[in-house]
Design a protein around this ligand. Structure first.
Ligand SMILES: Cc1cc2nc3c(=O)[nH]c(=O)nc-3n(C[C@H](O)[C@H](O)[C@H](O)COP(=O)(O)OP(=O)(O)OC[C@H]3O[C@@H](n4cnc5c(N)ncnc54)[C@H](O)[C@@H]3O)c2cc1C
Ligand SMILES: *[C@@H]1O[C@H](CO)[C@@H](O)[C@H](O)[C@H]1NC(C)=O
Ligand SMILES: *[C@@H]1O[C@H](CO)[C@@H](O)[C@H](O)[C@H]1NC(C)=O
Ligand SMILES: *[C@@H]1O[C@H](CO)[C@@H](O)[C@H](O)[C@H]1NC(C)=O
Ligand SMILES: *[C@@H]1O[C@H](CO)[C@@H](O)[C@H](O)[C@H]1NC(C)=O
Length: 492
C-alpha cells in the first residue's frame, strides 16, 4: 500500500508536469480513497457530508473554499494513510475538529484535502486511574455529557459547541482557576507526525513533542488522534447570566476589575462580555448590553459575585443545581458570539494594576460608535487569569505559556462583519478594528492567549518558550511540510 503511494509520488515528481501539480488535491484524494474506500472520502461538492464539512465553520468566510475532497478518518492509521498520500501528491490540506478557528486555512483548504474528525468520537473513562480518553471528533458539550455519568469532567472550553482543537491552544474554562488550562491535564497523546509515523507524546515518550502540544496550537507538530487526560471531579454548579443595560457599563467595569484583583475563591469564575449591535434592537431598544456569566463550582457562591449582583440587573438567571454541560449551554442574547457568521477575533493581555481595563473598554466603545453600519455585531470579553489558575498550571508542570503569576487578564474582541462585504471594505474594517485593539498594547511579559488570537498577532512569539518551540517545530516538521501545506501559527 505504502509502496504504491511511494511509486505514485515518484511519478508525480519526475514525469509530472505543472498540470499534475495543479491537480495535486485530486491525486491525493484518489490515492486516499483507493486505500480507505469511497465511504470515507467525500469527493462531490453535492455530497451531504461534504456540504456539512464545508459549511460548518464559526467564521462563515472559511466556507467559500472548496476542498478537493473531505476525508473522514476512523483511526490514527487512516490519518497516517491520508497524510502520506497528501505528502506524496504535493497537495495542500487542513485538519478540522470543531471548526471554530476564524483564521484563514487553519481548518479549511481550497483545492486540497480536508481531514474532518467527525467520525472519530470515541470516548472512555478508566475508574482505576481516573484518566479519561477521547478522540478529537466530539465537541465539549458531548464530552461533558459523557463524563457526567462518572461524576467527572475533562478540561475543555466554556461553550459546548467548540471543538477539541481548543485544548491544543491552552484551553480556558470556568474550572481553570481550580485545575489550570485544559492542556495542563494532558497525560498521553497519540500523534500522527508530519511524516506519517504514529507515535505517542507524554512526559516520558517524546517529551519535547508533549511539551509543544501543551498550548503550542494544533497543526504545528503533528495531528493528535487520541487524548488521554486527567479527569476532575464535578458536581452541580450555581450559575447563570446577569444582564445589564448600558447605563451600568462603568459599574460593571469596576466590578470586573475588583473581581480579577480581589477574588481568591478558585471555585468562582466570571466571563464578562460587552456586546454591541450595529443598529438598535427595536424590540427592547438594546443595541448594547452587558452580559456577565457567573459560574460557581458548588451550591453556594457566598459573596464571590456580590460586586456584580449589587448592580441593578435587567435579567438574572442564576440558580443552583446546574450540570457542567448546562453551564456550557447558557444562552447568550446576541448569538453572533456563538453562531456562524463572518466572525473574527483578536486578543489582548493586560495587567490589573493601572488603567488598561478602562482603556480597552473606552476604545472598544468609541470604535463601535464610530463604525455603525460596518459591522453586524462587536463584542469585548474579559477573561480573568487568577493567581490560583497560574498556580494550578505550574503545579501540573506548566505549559508553553509559563503563565506568570495572576492576577492579570485577557481581553477578547469579536468583530462580525455583514455577509458578502466587498473585499476592499472588509480589509479596511478589519484593519481599523486591529488598530483599535493595538492602541492598547498588551503588557510585556504576558502571553497572548493563542486560542483567541488573530494569526497576525503571532501569539507564539509572546511565550518565553518560543525558541524551544521553534526547535521542536524544526525537529517534528523537519522539511516544512505542515508549514508549506496547511495554515497555522508562524514560527519564524
Ligand atoms: C464561540 C467560541 C467560543 C470559544 N470559547 C473558548 C473557550 O471557552 N476557551 C478557549 O480556550 N477557547 C475558546 N474559543 C477559542 C477556541 O479554542 C479556538 O477557536 C479553537 O481553535 C477551536 O478549536 P476547534 O476544534 O473548534 O476548531 P478547529 O478550527 O477545527 O481547530 C483549531 C485549530 O487546531 C487544529 N486542530 C484541531 N484538532 C487538531 C488535532 N487533533 N490535531 C492537530 N491539530 C488540530 C486545526 O487544524 C486548527 O488549526 C472559542 C471560540 C469560539 C469561536
Ligand atoms: C469587591 O470589591 C471590593 C473593592 O471595591 C473588594 O474589596 C472586594 O474584595 C471585592 N469582593 C470580591 C468578592 O471580589
Ligand atoms: C438543589 O438540589 C438540592 C439537592 O439535590 C436540593 O436540596 C435543592 O432543593 C435544589 N435546589 C433547587 C433550587 O432546585
Ligand atoms: C518521522 O519523524 C520523526 C520525528 O522527527 C523521526 O523520529 C522519525 O524517524 C521519522 N520517521 C521516518 C520514517 O522518517
Ligand atoms: C517547504 O518550502 C521550503 C521553502 O520553499 C522548501 O525548501 C521545502 O522543501 C518545502 N518542503 C515541502 C515538504 O514542501
Amino acid at each position: 500500500m505504502f509502496l504504491s503511494l511511494a511509486l505514485s509520488a515518484v511519478a508525480v515528481s519526475s514525469a509530472a508536469t505543472l498540470a499534475v501539480r495543479a491537480d495535486a488535491g485530486g491525486t491525493a484524494c484518489t490515492a486516499i480513497a483507493s486505500t480507505l474506500g469511497d465511504a470515507q472520502v467525500a469527493v462531490s461538492p453535492l455530497d451531504a457530508s461534504y456540504i456539512d464539512s464545508r459549511h460548518d465553520y464559526w467564521n462563515a468566510r472559511q466556507s467559500k473554499y472548496r476542498p478537493s475532497c473531505v476525508v473522514y478518518p476512523k483511526s490514527s492509521q487512516d490519518v497516517s494513510v491520508a497524510i502520506r498520500a497528501i505528502r506524496a501528491s504535493g497537495s495542500r490540506f487542513a485538519i478540522k475538529a470543531g471548526g471554530h478557528s476564524p483564521n484563514n486555512f487553519f481548518s479549511s483548504v481550497d483545492r486540497g484535502v480536508l481531514i474532518d474528525f467527525k467520525s472519530m468520537t470515541g470516548k472512555s473513562y478508566d475508574a482505576a486511574t481516573t484518566l479519561a480518553t477521547y478522540e478529537p471528533g466530539s465537541n465539549w458539550g458531548q464530552l461533558y455529557e459523557f463524563y457526567q455519568q462518572y461524576g467527572r469532567t475533562v478540561m475543555g472550553g466554556r461553550l459546548s459547541g467548540v471543538g477539541t482543537g481548543l485544548a491544543l491552544g491552552g484551553g480556558l474554562s470556568y474550572l481553570a482557576p481550580q485545575y489550570g488550562m485544559a492542556c495542563d491535564s494532558f497525560k498521553d497523546l497519540e500523534v500522527v507526525l508530519p511524516n506519517g509515523t504514529i507515535t505517542t507524546a507524554s512526559a516520558t515518550s517524546n517529551p519535547d513533542l508533549f511539551f509543544g502540544l501543551r498550548g503550542g496550537g494544533g497543526n504545528a507538530f503533528g495531528i493528535v488522534t487520541r487524548y488521554t487526560v486527567q479527569s476532575h471531579l464535578v458536581g452541580k454548579f450555581y450559575a447563570g447570566t446577569l444582564i445589564y443595560v448600558l447605563d451600568h457599563a462603568q459599574k460593571v467595569l469596576e466590578a470586573t476589575r475588583d473581581f480579577i484583583k480581589y477574588n481568591t475563591d478558585p471555585k468562582a469564575s466570571v466571563l464578562v462580555t460587552y456586546e454591541t449591535l450595529t443598529t438598535p434592537d427595536l424590540l427592547l431598544n438594546l443595541d448594547e448590553v452587558i452580559v456577565v456569566f457567573i459560574v460557581y463550582d458548588g451550591a453556594d457562591p457566598g459573596a464571590a459575585f456580590r460586586n456584580f449582583t449589587q448592580i441593578p440587573r435587567l435579567i438574572d438567571t442564576s440558580m443552583p443545581n446546574k450540570t457542567y454541560k448546562e453551564v456550557a449551554e447558557m444562552p447568550i442574547p446576541y448569538t453572533a458570539e456563538i453562531s456562524r457568521a463572518d466572525n473574527f477575533f483578536r486578543i489582548g493581555a493586560h495587567r490589573i494594576e493601572g488603567n488598561a481595563y478602562r482603556e480597552v473598554y473606552d476604545r472598544y466603545a468609541a470604535w463601535a460608535d464610530a463604525h455603525k453600519g460596518l459591522y453586524v455585531y462587536v463584542s469585548l470579553n474579559f477573561y480573568p487569569v487568577a493567581r490560583s489558575m497560574t498556580d494550578a498550571s505550574r503545579a501540573r508542570g506548566g505549559n508553553v505559556m509559563q503563565m506568570p503569576d495572576g492576577p492579570w487578564f485577557w481581553v477578547n474582541y469579536i468583530l462580525s462583519t455583514p455577509p458578502g462585504m466587498l473585499p476592499d471594505l472588509y480589509d479596511k474594517v478589519q484593519a481599523s478594528f486591529r488598530a483599535m485593539v493595538e492602541a492598547t498594547p498588551s503588557a510585556t511579559g504576558l502571553p497572548l492567549f493563542l486560542n483567541e488570537a488573530a494569526v497576525d498577532q503571532r501569539p507564539l512569539a509572546s511565550f518565553p518558550t518560543y525558541r524551544r518551540l521553534q526547535q521542536i517545530k524544526r525537529e517534528y516538521d523537519a522539511d516544512g511540510f505542515f508549514t508549506n501545506k496547511t495554515g497555522g501559527w508562524t514560527f519564524d
